[in-house]
Design a protein around this ligand. Structure first.
Ligand SMILES: *[C@@H]1O[C@H](CO)[C@@H](O)[C@H](O)[C@H]1NC(C)=O
Ligand SMILES: *[C@@H]1O[C@H](CO)[C@@H](O)[C@H](O)[C@H]1NC(C)=O
Ligand SMILES: *[C@@H]1O[C@H](CO)[C@@H](O)[C@H](O)[C@H]1NC(C)=O
Ligand SMILES: *[C@@H]1O[C@H](CO)[C@@H](O)[C@H](O)[C@H]1NC(C)=O
Ligand SMILES: *[C@@H]1O[C@H](CO)[C@@H](O)[C@H](O)[C@H]1NC(C)=O
Ligand SMILES: *[C@@H]1O[C@H](CO)[C@@H](O)[C@H](O)[C@H]1NC(C)=O
Ligand SMILES: *[C@@H]1O[C@H](CO)[C@@H](O)[C@H](O)[C@H]1NC(C)=O
Ligand SMILES: *[C@@H]1O[C@H](CO)[C@@H](O)[C@H](O)[C@H]1NC(C)=O
Ligand SMILES: *[C@@H]1O[C@H](CO)[C@@H](O)[C@H](O)[C@H]1NC(C)=O
Length: 457
């Protein structure tokens, strides 16, 4: 990784006038300290052993999870992705507001065609007005199960965090999902059979399942803390599908940010993150020096739908504890209570605690009103399908994701952005409905799936 000053490196040939103008502009935009960070991401198959078995996982640079990128607000990232794997791939910079850099956003066939095996693509974008934690992940099929990493955005150089206690340490906590299988095979099987994809075999913290799984204790992640100090935990739900609870035994969190925005601080003992979400929390070393489990497991409100009900753990370890100094693998960490899988009341309390850090102006003049329902429904078995092998959803149906009852079909020749930009016909239509075709109870009270008649009209 190399860092270059982006303003001054290239303009020896410019006249002094232009240089002066540039400098003026740069300081006016307070970009004087902005840097450009260059990275190479080599997408490659790498043996990764978890839960007693080795998978030939797709990784970035052989790392699982992938490299952590650290920038300051205002910096530019240039990431050259080289695809040495056998699958098409793209990388999405999750949560980055791609201001005028739509080509760098990453969803395959939406903003770019995927990078084919043997190909490469360079992403270039600037972080503008965002501070906190984001992450990056593959955006092609289910490669993101193993192709992901943290994207940490520090305050502008010379600035500090807008909360009173400046953290002594910072730790990224990436929650993930692990399959004892090739994740690509898992999603392909589901697409073929029409049934639900197999649920994961483990959740992970920074790629490690932790003490409660077989063959995993040796590699359980240790998060250090010292008595009296404040640490910033940057929690990311990098799981594919599962909303997760996260908690630490005997400790409270002060939530200070989410999705690279500061929030009005509030305390809680449990977080819930949907897939893709991030939450920044302060944790204080204010308990008896010892070892405490940090644990994550599913929040699952849909009844009768199978889910991975296992629990991943890492260990918050006081460096001052007698235990840390000596060999203390016999000293069992304290296990926190976790909310029930379907504890929607706890989730509601948590999610309604979020308030913006400052007064925020939002547009109030609405030109166009859109109402999107996003869901997983059931399609009847098409007549040319083999009912027993291709319609394994409930009652011989096929699971089908949709928005306003329209399913997304991947284009095969152009990305949507290219088709839009070059006015290429036949790739997308412009009649996407602004409202769902029928009203129903959107609150999810009318379980179980599939929706019985009571949910409609
Ligand atoms: C891979 O991407 C190319 C375009 O970049 C596309 O033509 C091809 O169909 C893709 N292959 C698969 C298996 O999706
Ligand atoms: C999904 O689970 C079933 C039942 O355990 C198993 O037979 C099948 O091989 C799994 N599929 C994949 C792709 O791992
Ligand atoms: C998880 O689900 C399995 C059945 O799928 C059940 O036997 C087991 O008791 C459950 N474990 C927990 C902790 O709920
Ligand atoms: C620590 O103790 C355990 C048994 O309690 C033992 O298996 C392990 O080898 C010891 N590790 C070290 C580094 O001494
Ligand atoms: C949560 O699940 C339990 C069974 O595990 C059930 O008894 C209870 O009614 C469920 N609560 C809600 C709110 O769905
Ligand atoms: C449908 O699939 C089943 C299971 O794969 C197979 O045994 C059967 O021959 C298939 N039927 C037809 C008509 O292809
Ligand atoms: C499956 O179909 C039967 C008969 O049509 C119906 O009684 C049952 O409610 C259906 N089950 C689901 C889960 O849709
Ligand atoms: C949803 O789409 C399916 C498939 O296109 C169609 O058969 C069904 O009638 C639609 N449902 C509604 C409520 O419009
Ligand atoms: C792109 O593919 C779509 C179908 O996938 C086809 O209808 C369209 O004609 C193609 N466009 C071009 C310019 O080849």
């Amino acid at each position: 990784m190399e860092v270059f000053e982006n303003i001054f490196a290239i303009n020896h040939r410019f006249s002094l006038f232009f240089l002066g103008l540039l400098l003026l502009l740069a300081s006016a935009l307070s970009l004087a300290n902005a840097k450009t960070h260059y990275h190479d991401f080599v997408i490659q198959a790498t043996p990764v052993k978890r839960l007693c078995k080795t998978q030939n996982s797709i990784t970035v640079n052989g790392m699982f999870p992938g490299p952590t990128l650290e920038v300051n607000n205002g910096d530019t990232l240039v990431v050259n992705v080289v695809n040495k794997a056998q699958y098409n791939v793209t990388i999405h910079w999750h949560g980055v507001r791609q201001m005028r850099t739509g080509w760098a956003d990453g969803p395959e066939f939406v903003t770019q065609c995927p990078v084919r095996p043997g190909g490469s693509y360079t992403y270039k974008f600037t972080i503008q007005g965002q501070e906190g934690t984001l992450w990056w992940h593959a955006h092609s099929s289910w490669l993101r199960a193993t192709v992901y990493g943290a994207l940490i955005i520090h305050p502008r150089e010379g600035s500090s965090y807008p909360f009173s206690k400046q953290p002594k340490r910072e730790t990224a906590i990436l929650l993930g999902e692990w399959w004892n299988a090739n994740p690509i095979d898992v999603v392909r099987e589901a697409a073929r059979t029409g049934g639900a994809p197999n649920v994961s075999d483990a959740y992970t913290v920074n790629g490690q399942p932790g003490d409660l799984y077989s063959c995993s204790s040796q590699d359980t992640v240790i998060v250090p803390i010292d008595s009296g100090e404040t640490n910033l935990l940057r929690v990311v739900n990098s799981a594919l599908n599962q909303p997760l609870f996260f908690t630490v035994a005997n400790h409270k969190f002060t939530v200070v940010g989410a999705d690279a925005s500061y929030v009005k601080p509030f305390t809680t003992s449990v977080l819930m993150l949907g897939p893709g979400q991030t939450t920044d929390v302060l944790i204080s070393g204010d308990q008896t020096p010892s070892r405490y489990y940090m644990a994550a497991r599913a929040y699952q409100s849909a009844q009768n739908a199978p889910f991975d009900n296992t629990t991943t753990t890492a260990i918050l370890e006081y460096k001052s504890s007698a235990c840390a100094a000596k060999n203390c693998s016999s000293n069992k960490p304290v296990m926190p209570p976790l909310p029930a899988y379907n504890d929607t009341a706890t989730v509601t309390t948590f999610t309604t605690s979020f308030k913006s850090a400052d007064k925020t102006l939002v547009p109030t003049d609405i030109d166009e009103s859109l109402f999107f329902t996003v869901g997983l429904g059931l399609n009847p078995c098409p007549s040319n399908f083999n009912k027993s092998s291709q319609c394994q959803g409930p009652n011989g149906t096929r699971f089908t994701a949709s928005m306003n009852n329209v399913s997304f079909v991947l284009p095969s020749n152009f990305s949507l952005l290219q088709a839009h930009h070059q006015r290429i016909q036949g790739v997308f239509t412009t009649d996407f409905p602004a409202n769902p075709p029928r009203k129903f109870d959107y609150t999810g009270k009318c379980e179980p799936v599939p929706l019985p008649a009571c949910c409609w009209d």
